[in-house]
Design a protein. Structure first.
Length: 324
């Protein structure tokens, strides 16, 4: 596997360590005016540094909400602190994926890990949020994606918000993860009848310069859409070249392929958004089991090539283009 070029460096975020909420690296600002509670999280995965760059920049600029409350959290600090530009794929998490632990069963259970303990610190902010943006990136060079949740469980709300933002070009909703729920699936975010909305932006390849641009652009547009900041304050920081208003494409993921064996392999190196033309074509092998395209023009979404995965990890999502 070819090492990707490192164009970004993880900023020193230690100055934000105390927070102002009693929880390390968690900041909350109250405008004192009526409005929603809005949350933005970065570094749910320790090696996805574009979100840290965006929140570090935002806090440094001194922006404050004009309506409602704004919560900013740096997620997996323990993993982030292990960042090594010579081994940039090795600090996704410490014990387990922080974005698979957001169920009541896990958080109220007896098991402890670095990630579960951190989720227990942050969950009160997640639960009080009306709107949530979780900033991520991807291992392979790939167009940015907006993950809009699980089919039939709040995804429609997230798609509509993403259309209003006009970013990114590709919007996706899926079947979730067998290993556990993501933060954007918690509580009312997964209830189509709830006004709560959560979105997850995959900003592009982890360490490309564009990922930081996408992170800042999405952050500022999200804060305008939620009423947290005025357009007059935020729009000077928009990246017009990233606006896909009226040109967005929606991918419906119909199944997620999880690793059943440590001997999981693709037939070739995929980057994401490749189209497999014919139903039944082999995509890879899950041990001795063939992974085949379930229908003509199957879209491959976020194939996993990181070395940091275990049995049960989602290795690729299979979807179809339903709009655009």
């Amino acid at each position: 596997m070819t090492q990707k070029k490192i164009e970004l460096q993880a900023p020193d975020i230690s100055r934000w360590s105390k927070g102002n909420t009693g929880v390390p690296y968690a900041w909350q600002f109250d405008s004192g005016k009526p409005g929603p509670t809005v949350m933005v999280q970065a570094i749910t995965h320790g090696n996805e540094i574009c979100g840290a760059i965006a929140l570090d920049w935002f806090l440094s600029q001194g922006f404050k909400p004009e309506k409602g409350k704004l919560t900013l959290t740096f997620g997996n600090i323990a993993a982030y602190q292990r960042w090594d530009p010579d081994q940039p794929s090795q600090n996704r998490y410490v014990d387990q994926d922080l974005n698979r632990v957001w169920s009541e069963e896990i958080l109220n259970g007896t098991k402890s890990s670095v990630e579960i303990d951190r989720a227990r610190e942050l969950v009160r902010f997640v639960d009080e949020a009306d709107f949530l943006l979780d900033i991520h990136s991807m291992h392979e060079p790939c167009a940015p994606l907006m993950v809009c949740g699980v089919t039939g469980r709040g995804a429609g709300k997230a798609v509509e918000m993403s259309k209003k933002l006009g970013v990114p070009q590709y919007l996706m909703y899926d079947t979730g993860h067998p290993a556990g729920p993501r933060m954007i699936e918690r509580g009312g975010f997964s209830d189509p009848d709830s006004p709560k909305v959560a979105i997850l932006i995959e900003c592009g390849q982890h360490w490309e310069k564009l990922a930081a641009e996408v992170a800042i652009d999405t952050l500022m547009k999200f804060l305008v859409e939620t009423g947290t900041l005025s357009s007059a304050v935020a729009s000077p920081h928009f990246r017009p070249q990233l606006d896909y208003s009226g040109r967005q494409k929606i991918i419906e993921v119909t199944e997620a392929v999880a690793a059943k064996s440590q001997d999981f392999r693709f037939i070739k190196e995929f980057k994401g958004l490749e189209v497999i033309e014919k139903k039944g074509d082999v995509i890879g092998y899950n041990g001795t089991e063939e992974i085949k395209a379930p229908y003509d023009k199957t879209v491959l979404v976020m194939p996993a090539v990181s070395k940091q995965w275990t049995i049960g990890t989602t290795m690729v999502r299979l979807g179809r283009l339903i709009e655009g």
